[in-house]
Design a protein around this ligand. Structure first.
Ligand code: GLU
Length: 230
């Protein structure tokens, strides 16, 4: 069982992302990574093994960015290498995922036929490229994620950020837990409330099938049918 965190912060978030991941270490993991939006572009650092390896990477090559996602991976599809560690990304979209996309082979071959190139062996990359493909066809980020979610079979908790979007994170939950933390001008995402405890104790748990659009000013949560829910 691996861990997801996300922060829409008011200062650079890489260090806090690692701190939140540390609080999810009890779940077990074999690699870890973080991605942020740096000057409009997606930046990423990943490392095999313990979080201290990721911290070392970040010391050597720091990541700026006030919005970011992080992940501790427990490999199910693809070996526990840096290449397969999350976040996965295209130039436009970066995704962390807990769970298993059961129809990833079929999705990847459909996307490969459209010219999408995959770098890793995980099912998660199918999510990255479904969203990227929808955006290439003209959809905005929210519309693209909504379309992608409709194609996914299996279990997932997802955290998603976008190049050029400094105030937008999208989360989704089907079969894997996910919590949203409300801060003062900041918002958080985590596999559980323990990860978010240093930042906030005001938590919303997504229900099965829910997905959420987060900005620093707040969150809108939708059900599977796309209706806004309380
Ligand atoms: N199935 C994905 C992978 O192997 C996610 C694993 C996880 O839940 O950490 O990368």
């Amino acid at each position: 069982m691996c861990g997801i965190v996300g922060i829409l912060g008011s200062k650079p978030v890489a260090e806090d992302l690692v701190e939140a991941l540390r609080r999810l270490e009890y779940r077990g993991y074999d690699s870890a990574g973080v991605a942020t939006v740096e000057n409009g572009h997606l930046g990423r650092r990943r490392a095999e093994g313990k979080l201290k390896n990721l911290e070392r990477r970040l010391l050597e090559e720091p990541l700026s960015g006030r919005i970011g996602i992080g992940h501790t991976r427990w490999a199910t599809h693809g070996r526990p290498t840096e290449r397969n560690a999350h976040p996965h990304m295209s130039p436009k979209v970066s995704v962390v995922h807990n769970g298993i996309i059961e129809n990833y082979r079929e999705l990847k071959s459909e996307l490969a036929a459209k010219g999408r190139v995959f770098e890793a062996d995980t099912g998660t990359e199918a999510v990255v490229h479904l969203i990227t493909d929808a955006m290439a066809e003209g959809a905005g980020p929210v519309q693209a994620v909504r379309a992608a979610l409709g194609r996914l079979e299996g279990a997932f908790a997802l955290g998603i950020i976008f190049a050029g979007e400094d105030d937008l994170m999208i989360a989704a939950r089907q079969g894997s837990p996910l919590a949203i933390g409300h801060g003062n001008g900041e918002m958080y995402l985590g596999s559980d409330a323990i990860a978010l405890a240093p930042f906030t104790d005001t938590i919303t748990y997504l229900e099965e099938g829910d997905w959420a659009v987060l900005h620093r000013s707040g969150v809108t949560i939708y059900d599977r049918a796309g209706a806004a829910v309380e």
